[in-house]
Design a binder for this molecule. Structure first.
Ligand code: DHB
Ligand code: FE
Length: 314
């Protein structure tokens, strides 16, 4: 049986991709951002997922205002890199998993979520930047990726509750796939940011931290948050965070927070990153008081302003 072992969230700021492509990751501004993903890269190299599902939003690259699917699942064998105005990013094309994607499509659509199926689709920074942050810059991405593009660009995006329930349906789909596959699901975009208008540059760290806390411990509370609250508190593009609820819905109710990283700014955006792991059968066993006392949570504070790395569990 296939199973989802963990969920990852990550911002997808295009300037992060440009910093990688132009070899500027060592500059102090960017170093601060990339350092926060070093442990995550080690973590995912150890987990070795067989497939990643990446929930992201297309930024008028594969779709335009002429065609706006709410949920578009990539069922192709390969997804070329989109040209976003200055040529496609020099990253490998994304290999899909048509067999698992078709299984997800069948299960989720028969579960009454009407997905759009994309047998041909280019992918943009919304998908490639999170892959770079987690996998670095390999010659080939280490595993197949199933893209799930969500409309958060043109009103109306799906509600947080709808996203969470879609995550639940994806979980059910994965768990009914007969082959033994280890799946990691990404929720991308966010956190607080607004790119244009009078409030351009808006960041709300208090909102972001509360969102991360609730994502781990009380995601159902987030499913009730209306779009207007995202936009008022986290800026117009902050509404991208509804996509994180698909990731969270696909995990178990109780998860372990493996890692969290938050830094401001990257371009116009607060970078928020969290890794949540489903508990294995062994870790679900109640720990003795002694064992708990021997494993205290550790916090590592970094000197850089606005940057916080919190190692909660390894
Ligand atoms: C920025 C962030 C985004 O999420 C995006 O899609 C485009 C730009 C930014 O911070 O510049
Ligand atoms: Fe975006």
């Amino acid at each position: 049986m296939a199973r989802i072992v963990a969920g990852v969230t990550s911002s997808h700021v295009p300037a992060i991709g440009a910093a990688i492509d132009n070899h500027r990751t060592g500059e102090p501004y960017w170093q601060r951002v990339f350092e926060g993903f070093e442990r995550s890269k080690e973590w995912i190299a150890k987990v070795k997922p067989d497939v990643c599902i990446v929930v992201y939003n297309d930024h008028a690259s594969a779709f335009s205002v002429e065609m706006i699917p709410t949920f578009a699942l990539g069922t192709a064998a390969e997804f070329p890199i989109a040209d976003e105005g200055w040529g496609p990013r020099p990253v490998p094309a994304v290999q899909g998993h048509p067999e698992l994607a078709a299984h997800i499509a069948q299960s989720v659509i028969l579960d009454e979520f009407d997905l759009t199926l994309c047998n041909k689709m280019e992918v943009d920074h919304g998908l490639t930047v999170p892959l770079n942050l987690m996998f670095g810059t390999p010659k080939q991405w280490p595993c197949p990726v199933i893209p799930l593009a969500v409309n958060v660009v043109m009103y109306p995006p799906p509600t947080g509750h709808r996203c969470f329930m879609l995550g639940r349906a994806i979980k059910k789909a994965i768990e009914s796939y007969p082959k033994d596959l280890k799946v990691v699901i990404f929720g991308t975009g966010g956190m607080s940011h607004q790119i244009s208008g009078q409030r351009a540059g808006l960041i709300n760290s208090k909102f972001d931290h509360a969102f991360l806390d609730n994502l781990t411990k009380n995601p159902k509370k987030l499913t009730r948050m209306p779009h207007l609250e995202y936009m008022r508190e986290a800026g117009a593009e902050g509404v991208e965070m509804v996509m994180w609820l698909i990731m969270r819905g696909a995990l178990d109710d109780n998860v372990d927070e493996v890692y969290r990283f938050y830094t401001v700014p990257a371009s116009n955006t607060a970078v928020g990153h969290i890794i949540l792991a489903n508990r294995t059968k062994a870790s679900k066993k109640p720990a003795s008081k002694k064992a708990v006392a021997r494993k205290p949570a550790t916090k590592i504070k970094r000197a850089a302003a606005g940057q916080k790395i919190q190692r909660i569990r390894s």
